[in-house]
Write a protein that binds this ligand. Structure first.
Ligand code: PNS
Length: 156
């Protein structure tokens, strides 16, 4: 059984993330989508509990997908689940350096875990949580980029 983990801040979840979730769910027997607090990222809008609630709601129709949260080192969490694959998405050149660095470091920390990269679908390649937060905060309509589970919480 091939179990993969798709980690991220998901602050908040948008359609680019969900597209990767659906495609990865089709590739692996089981997929855990896991939210974490990233101390390197400022301007967090949603608590980890809220992000988990959004993930749970937005992936409810996918039988082999579980939403979760974790603290600490990603590879420790992946190991604790008995998972073997890390799923990451690449929007473009800007993501490559940073994702490649993390993949190399994670593999040195835990050689049994492989990182698999999925290119973001072109339709969503310009969407980011940061811009969604900015635009929504300024009163812009973000409904084309986020699922209902995110939208209703952004509107609160
Ligand atoms: O959605 P993001 O913020 O780009 O995701 C980054 C994330 C969560 C994958 C990364 O920050 C991470 O792996 N955090 C867990 C802590 C850790 O293991 N750091 C070492 C990475 S080499």
């Amino acid at each position: 059984m091939l179990h993969a983990v798709f980690p991220g801040s998901f602050d908040p979840l948008h359609h680019g993330h969900l597209d990767v979730v659906r495609r990865a769910a089709g590739l692996f027997d089981r997929l855990t989508v896991a939210a974490v607090d990233n101390p390197l990222k400022r301007g967090q809008r949603f608590t980890l509990d809220e992000r988990l609630a959004i993930l749970t709601e937005a992936t409810a129709d996918l039988d082999n997908v579980v939403a979760d949260r974790f603290d600490g080192l990603l590879v420790d969490y992946v190991r604790s689940l008995g998972a073997r694959v890390l799923v990451k998405s690449l929007r473009g050149e800007g993501d490559v350096d940073v994702e490649l660095q993390m993949a190399q470091l994670n593999r040195q920390l835990e050689p049994s875990v492989e990182t698999v990269f999925l290119p973001t679908s072109p339709r969503w390649s310009f969407v980011s949580s940061t811009r969604v937060k900015e635009i929504a905060g300024l009163g812009g309509d973000v409904s084309m980029w986020v699922p209902e589970a995110t939208l209703k919480r952004l509107q609160r």
